[in-house]
Design a protein around this ligand. Structure first.
Ligand code: TXA
Ligand code: MG
Length: 349
């Protein structure tokens, strides 16, 4: 059994949530559960505390952080709507989207108020804010009584953590505590949208599907996934290599071509229905190979994806083939999932 350095706090016990809150108030770093993925939290308006987040994750300084608050009124205090070309429509978008999706997995980006340190926004004049819905995250925010900056609780470029054990896996010894609230509900990060302009611009596909966003705000603009570069998207976190397990070779392969790898030494990550089909057509895989199947339902697939990537990493496989979800399926969450798969494999989707 490995010996871990970072204490685990149990989110089922209110005193331990309070303890996590105290550690953050004292300037410490605490990982905590949200409905999307675990966050690595610190006092969001304190430069020194925020600096610790960048150091612990080895995160590039150009990648800004999301501020988490308990209520939309607190979010409104962080945004400077008057800096927008059309302040009235920016405010209206804020009201509409916060009513529709908060608390929940939507992050809004808009011009920042002066008191937000530049380190949080990586020098940008805009800040990202969200109100999470996880009861433990909300209880923690209530203890802290200040915005909490929190990127996903993983070492930079690795898959996001959806359990306390995954936080431990890449960050043990680099933070003050991990508040364990069990596995995260969505397993995909929040959807990020820039509301400083009209129409708003989707910056990151995420746990709220593009379809759902378009139902509420049909004019929202968005770019093809995966191809995004820092400049092109306006979201510096979307550099290509991201969400990647430590595996030498990772390929994203069309469903119709997975059969070429079925009897190879490659580890394969694919949907259950594709695996069943290949089992029938091409026969059983070698016992020595790793095959991980994920559910056909995109909501369940997303929940399990990062855990599967960590399992594959721990299997020490040198070669991973991931089934690329067929284009005709790229509705709902598949679009967000495909974005993550493309980045994990550093290939265009
Ligand atoms: O679900 C989530 O969003 C999780 C949980 C913990 O809340 N957090 C998360 O944070 O995924 P992180 O740091 O891994 O990703 C933040 C994303 C990046 O793509 C970053 O570029 C974008 O939000 N972002 C943050 N601040 C921004 C800003 N000022 N302008 C544009 N994009 C921003
Ligand atoms: Mg992240």
């Amino acid at each position: 059994m490995p010996i871990f350095l970072t204490p685990i706090l149990d989110a089922c016990r209110p005193q331990q949530i309070q303890r996590a809150g105290e550690l953050i108030r004292q300037g410490g770093l605490v990982a905590f559960p949200t409905e999307t993925v675990y966050g690595l939290g610190a006092l969001g308006l304190n430069e020194v505390s925020v600096g610790k987040i960048f150091a612990a994750k080895d995160r590039p300084a150009h990648n800004p952080l999301i501020l988490h608050v308990e209520h939309k009124n607190q979010a409104a205090l962080l945004f400077n709507f008057d800096a927008c070309a059309d302040p009235v429509s920016a405010r209206a978008l804020f009201e509409k989207l916060s009513d529709a999706f908060w608390p929940g997995p939507l992050t809004m980006v808009c011009y920042k108020k002066d008191h937000i340190p530049d380190i949080v926004t990586a020098g940008s004049s805009k800040v990202a804010v969200r109100v999470p819905s996880h009861p433990v995250a909300l209880a923690l925010l209530q203890y802290v009584q200040a915005p909490v900056a929190a990127p996903s609780a993983n070492a930079s470029s690795r898959p996001s953590a959806t359990t306390a054990a995954h936080v431990q896996h890449t960050l043990d010894g680099k933070l003050d505590a991990i508040l364990d609230g069990g596995p995260c509900q969505h397993g995909l990060e929040s959807t990020v949208i820039d509301i400083s302009q009209n129409p708003p611009q989707l910056l990151r596909m995420g746990a709220i599907s593009l379809e759902t966003i378009l139902n509420i705000e049909p004019k929202t603009t968005w770019r093809p996934i995966g191809l995004a570069t820092h400049e092109a998207t306006g979201s510096p976190g979307l550099v290509c290599k991201h969400y990647a397990p430590q595996i030498e070779k990772i390929e994203l392969v069309e469903s119709t071509k997975i059969q070429n790898f079925w009897l190879s030494q490659a580890s394969i990550l694919l949907r259950q229905s594709t695996a069943d089909q290949l089992d029938q057509q091409a026969g059983q895989r070698l016992k020595s190979t790793v095959t991980i199947t994920l559910p056909d339902d995109p909501i369940l697939y997303a929940q399990k994806l990062y855990a599967a990537l960590y399992d594959l990493e721990q299997s020490k496989t040198p070669w991973l083939v991931i089934e690329k979800i067929p284009a005709y399926d790229t509705q709902n969450l598949w679009l967000s999932i495909l974005d993550r798969l493309a980045r994990a494999s550093s290939l265009d989707p």
